[in-house]
Ligand binder design. Structure first.
Ligand SMILES: CC(C)(COP(=O)(O)OP(=O)(O)OC[C@H]1O[C@@H](n2cnc3c(N)ncnc32)[C@H](O)[C@@H]1OP(=O)(O)O)[C@@H](O)C(=O)NCCC(=O)NCCS
Length: 203
């Protein structure tokens, strides 16, 4: 497990998670901010990009499991992105609609935010949110984030205005292993890949 919380466990995804991924990404309502449900090929492509991120960068969106049952109820994690001409670490979150409104997204994302500060040595964690995505903005706000700027993403043939949210490392805190943290962050900066198709919350 990469991250654990009171109710959740986060681990890397694998091909065995494709049914759970399809349940999230082929649901029209869930994927409104992504301009609609993904085709099967798009879901497989998404998973392939996550597996490449794990391999090349050591981070990505992880499977969120319910403690106890082990059921995969969402994806949440950290990715390297380029936002407002800055290379940043972003927290992303997409949950199965059956598990919205339980606080799971905020619980998972807060643990990922802290993982970014403590284990990656990040000084700031971002979230990029389409300006129509109120539920996602609310998660960002619950994470202590504020709006740092606006930009437009071009995705699936559509211009999508976005807000750049971010939260800074709490004053006086340092990574768990300060020297290792800065090495990891430097490695991340070297390996960063920001695919043109990436959208909010870190594909
Ligand atoms: C964005 C998304 C993950 C937010 O999910 P969510 O369940 O609304 O978010 P949270 O985990 O913060 O849950 C908060 C809700 O749980 C409720 N809740 C219930 N039990 C709770 C508990 N024990 N602790 C905290 N909150 C609890 C809160 O009152 C709040 O209710 P509300 O939504 O009716 O106001 C979800 O809408 C989603 O997957 N959207 C599609 C994908 C997407 O757009 N991702 C973001 C791209 S930028």
């Amino acid at each position: 497990m990469i991250v654990e919380t009171e109710r959740l466990q986060l681990r890397e995804m694998s091909v065995h998670d494709l049914p759970a991924l399809r349940a999230i990404m082929q649901d029209e309502e869930t994927m409104v901010a992504y301009q609609g449900a993904f085709t099967d090929a798009m879901v497989v492509g998404w998973l392939d990009r996550m597996l490449a991120r794990y391999r090349d960068e050591g981070i990505g969106l992880w499977a969120v499991l319910l403690r106890g049952t082990g059921q995969m109820i969402g994806q949440c994690g950290l990715t390297h992105q380029r936002i407002l001409d800055e290379d940043v670490v972003e927290v992303g979150y997409l949950f199965n609609r059956s598990f919205w409104h339980h606080g799971y997204a905020t619980e998972a994302a807060a643990a990922c935010r802290d993982h970014g500060f403590d284990e990656l040595g990040a000084e700031r964690i971002h979230a990029q949110v389409r300006d129509t995505n109120i539920a996602s903005m609310n998660v960002a706000i619950r994470l202590g984030m504020t709006v740092r700027g606006r930009f437009v993403k071009h995705y699936r043939g559509v211009d999508m205005p976005h807000l750049a949210f971010a939260v800074d490392r709490p004053a006086g805190t340092v990574p768990h292993d300060a020297s290792r943290g800065s090495e990891v962050e430097a490695a991340g900066l070297r390996q960063r890949s920001c695919g043109g198709a990436d959208l909010a919350s870190g594909s």
